[in-house]
Design a protein around this ligand. Structure first.
Ligand SMILES: [Zn+2]
Length: 86
């Protein structure tokens, strides 16, 4: 099973924002990738197209692409971890 390709493996690393780029469904912005607007809920590692690992943040929709992710929350005592998506 090949992973679906996203915008030439486009992603970015910014604390507190989801690492994925998504396509806006808004008319007029067709085809232009934008930063995933969803709130981040997880932090984990992501391997890019050349095999390099990055520590990134993710929303719940994209956490399935991460490895060794952890749920983040306002309370640091409330953390859970796993290697599988929801
Ligand atoms: Zn996302």
């Amino acid at each position: 099973m090949d992973h679906e390709r996203y915008y030439a493996e486009a992603f970015y690393v910014e604390p507190g924002r989801c690492f994925r780029m998504v396509t806006s469904s808004t008319p007029g912005s067709q085809g232009s990738p934008t930063h995933c607007p969803k709130p981040v809920k997880f932090r984990g590692r992501f391997q890019d197209g050349i095999g390099k690992w990055h520590e990134v943040w993710s929303c719940i929709d994209h956490v399935g692409d991460l490895t060794d992710w952890k749920r983040i929350s306002a309370s640091v005592t409330e953390m859970s971890s796993g290697t599988r998506g929801p």
